[in-house]
Design a protein around this ligand. Sequence first.
Ligand code: ATR
Length: 286
Amino acid sequence: NAEAIAPKAEGYLLLGVIGCPVAQSKSPLMHGAALKEMGLEGSYVPLHVEPERLGETIAAMRTLGFRGFNVTIPHKLAIMDYLDDVDERAREIGAVNTVLNEGGRLKGYNTDGIGYVRSLKAEAAPELAGKRAVVIGAGGAARGIVDALLRENPASVTIVNRDAAKAASLADAMASRGRVAALGTDKLQEAASAADILINTTSVGMYPQESATPIPAEWIPGGIVVSDLIYNPLETRMLREAAQRGCTVHGGLGMFVYQGAYALEYWTGRPAPAGVMREALLRNFG
Ligand code: ATR
């Protein structure tokens, strides 16, 4: 690993996102609005990086003195090989979505799960302690979310997945941290009936399959908190049906905003303007 050039504290702030594809990413728009609001001179650039060019790209970013960058599909795991250090939480989750250049050393973090929980608490469920959470899905997104939920001291987290073995393996990995159970989708109705908070982490219901839902409406208990990571559409069928049943609903836009807000706070050491970031996204969707 070539040594990274330390970015100047008071200089031009060079930030970006690496992914493949990356053209659809809303991060440049969101961070651009944030930098402007914070009065910082800098840029947040989308970089299309093929997997086989990941190493040389990171070397180039070191040379250019990037202060930090986000990492998206398909590099969240592979990036770890090119960093000087990986935060313990990101290592546990098995994915890095944020890199910080600390005086020439590149360190990886994961802000997806903590971003999700910050948004859930701010927008729908201020108190998670003692609550029973049911998480549908056991993929990459679920890993970060289960990790972050367990830090809030819930009564239990139940992972329900089509592939029950995958749910079990995620539950095993998190078992030392709190009460975690794993079930197959055949037990979804039973699990949901005991939920205080129901969270969809799968892509079921995402554009262009908006008519799909991960759970039949009649299995959603009235009055609980129902949360969907999907933000396209802003209101999924699951959320619409949950609202009709008197539930408090929480969409995926907040997770996207706060994972970005945490990243920006690592890079700048200052509070990120989450409201302005959300507004920039909503204007773009509207
Ligand atoms: P992400 O990083 O977004 O979580 P992922 O790691 O590919 O993406 O995980 C996708 C999750 O959505 C998985 O839990 C997957 O279920 P399986 O593990 O059984 O494959 C779930 N998922 C995707 N499409 C689904 C569908 N049509 N029905 C049910 N679950 C689905």
